[in-house]
Every structure is written in C-alpha cells, then in structure tokens.
Design a protein around this ligand. Sequence first.
Ligand code: ADP
Length: 345
Amino acid sequence: MPIKIVRNDITKIECDAIVNAANSSLLGGGGVDGAIHRAAGKGLLLECMKLGGCKVGQANLTKAYKLPSRFVIHIVGPKWKGGQNGERELLESCYHESLRIAADNNCESIAFPLISSGVYGYPKDQALKIAVDTITSFLIDHDMLVYIVVFDKSAFQISEKLFSDITSYIDDKYVDTHFIFNRSRRDEYGESTVLAETQILSDDFETCELQAPQCPTMGVPKAASLADMVNQIDESFSQMLLRKIDEKGMTDAECYKKANVDRKLFSKIRGDAYYRPSKTTAIAFAIALELSLEDTKDMLMKAGFALSHSNKFDIIIEYFIINENYNIFEINEALFAFDQSLLGV
Ligand code: ADP
C-alpha cells in the first residue's frame, strides 16, 4: 500500500494508529503532543502516567480515547544537535519502531507527523526525506497505508535550488504560451490566429500536415465504415502499462509500489483492458516505469489525457521527466510546494 502525504491536523485523521511526537515524560507538551492530548481527553494522560516515561527512539502504544483512531503510538524523537550526533539513526528508529508496533497490533493504517521537526529542531526537508525513505523500505515487505501528515506548508521545504529551477522552468513555459497567445489575439479573425494555433499545437504534438504518415487517422481509407475504424482500435492504457512493465523487467508489485499506487487499484487496471485511470494515476505509472517524455505523452493519450504547457502541474511533471528524476516522492514534494495534486493514490 502507498504513502500518502497530506496536509492536515493529525488528530483529525481516521486510521488505526496515529503517532505522537512525545517528550520523554509522556505527560503531554506543546506542538503535536499537546494537540493529541487535548483531542484525546484525560483518559490518554491517565494511561500515559502509568507508563513511567520513555527513551528516545522507543515506542509505546496506548488507546486513542476520543480520537478517531484506535491507538496512539508515542515515540520520542531525537533533538537536532547539528546532525553529527546520531540524529539520523535515532529518527529512522522512531519510524521503524512505530511501524513495527503498529504491525504487531494488526494496524492496516497509520499516520505520522514529521517527528522531531518542530521544537526538536530537525531540518524539515531532511526529516521528511528520512520519513519517506524509512517508510518506503518498510512497505516493501508490509501492507499498510501510511500517512505522513504535515501541518503547514513550510514542512515541504524542498531544496531552494530545485524550487527555483522549477519556478524558472514554469516561467519559461508560461512565457512561451502567453507570447503565442498574445500574437493570436492581435488579429482575432485574421491569418495570425491560424498561425498561432498551429504553433501552439506544434509545441506539444506534431501536426498532421508535418507528420502525415504517423497521424492515426491518415492511414484509414476515406470510405472506411465506422465499424472498420472502431476495429482498428489502438493499444489501451492498461495494455501499454502491462507491456511496459514486461519490457522494463519489473514485477507488478515493483511497479505499483514505485508508483505509490494501491494493490487493489492495480488489480482493477490489470483485469480491465479498457480501464480509465485518473490523470495522476496514469502519470504515477509513467514515472514508476521511468518513461521518456514521448512515451509518457503516449501513455497519457491512451488514458484520454495530455501534458500541456498551460498548467503548472503538467510543466512540473515534464520538468522532472526531462531531468530524468523519477523519484515520485520528490515530485510530490514539488507538486505540493506549488499547490498541485499529488501523484499516486
Ligand atoms: P518535536 O518535539 O518532535 O519536534 P513538535 O510537536 O514540536 O515535535 O513538531 C513535530 C511536527 O509536528 C512539526 O513539523 C509540527 O509543525 C507538526 N505539528 C504540530 N501540530 C500538529 C498537528 N496537530 N498535526 C500534525 N502535525 C503537527
């Protein structure tokens, strides 16, 4: 099952267990700890008092009282002391321990805050990366739906370089589109409109005139009946997906896990040659398969979608594909930073 990064208050998440970034007394505090204790009510504090504290990296399970989850897993994260004092290993063990205790208690879903990234001062981008990496490796052998809950947008501090690269890439593409658009507006009914439309088309697709032999409708004789044309139906999205999985030598599980897509959804796609996925799901598979931009566009077209330069989501996807960065979590961080929908489920 996939990782879902959501922006929310963790006390509102409905799942089997939520993780509390507690302090070693386990008696409540500020930040997420305070929010969880306030929402759960006094029963939680009374149970925590019986536990007698907790060491860094150690997990304790309690009931969740008034929270919508079944359990709260209390974990004490490491304090950031510059990064050379075993902080990383301790933070990884927080995620491992919480996931292990959740699995031991038959949890099918769990929600994490970004442990240590508040008062304990762990840099948020590094804290997020450790969370994603540790959870991803756990999910290779386990089936669990894992939420990473971020409270505020600043938690997604993707590296400034990446952010500014994407911003300028978006600006460039917008400039292209708007420049062409403005030219087309100059003469609304005249020739320049036609010229402009052709240019916009040629940016994304080759026009039929230029690419006659490859245009899908060109090879069909004029007198062909509708039935004949329908019989020439092309490979579908799910057929292309399965073909590409084979060509890349991947297993189904490797592919849907890398795409951050749920196993049940993958089974549906596998069992239905004409399944119509959402655009984000289709792109998630293209990313998992590390398709070129051309193949990505082809796969999307089979699902009824395109990549255009008229919206930021598409440009960000294109940016990552062109730069051969197929890390779905980094892509999702970037999409999140630009307020776009995330890939996968
Ligand atoms: P720590 O002491 O481990 O740093 P904090 O509670 O100070 O713990 O912060 C951990 C992370 O939880 C921070 O990124 C903070 O923004 C976030 N956070 C605070 N309140 C909530 C909440 N209600 N739901 C989800 N995340 C929260």
